[in-house]
Design a protein. Structure first.
Length: 63
């Protein structure tokens, strides 16, 4: 569930960056939003991409 929320937040960041860019907002803020979204997507990929032995790190977490 947490990974889903991170993906939704990253998509919201990208959408917000696009709208801010279209309205002529500060370029630095737009770039930082895109960078943060890329970092969020990279973190999700780390957790869901299988390792060479075929195991997914997200499935190895215990409560």
């Amino acid at each position: 569930m947490v990974l889903s929320l991170v993906v939704l937040a990253a998509l919201a960041l990208l959408a917000g960056a696009w709208f801010l860019h279209r309205r002529g907002g500060p370029r630095k803020q737009v770039v930082l939003m895109v960078v943060l979204a890329a970092i969020a997507f990279a973190n999700v990929a780390i957790w869901i991409v299988p390792t060479p032995d075929g195991r997914v790190p997200a499935e190895q977490v215990t409560d």
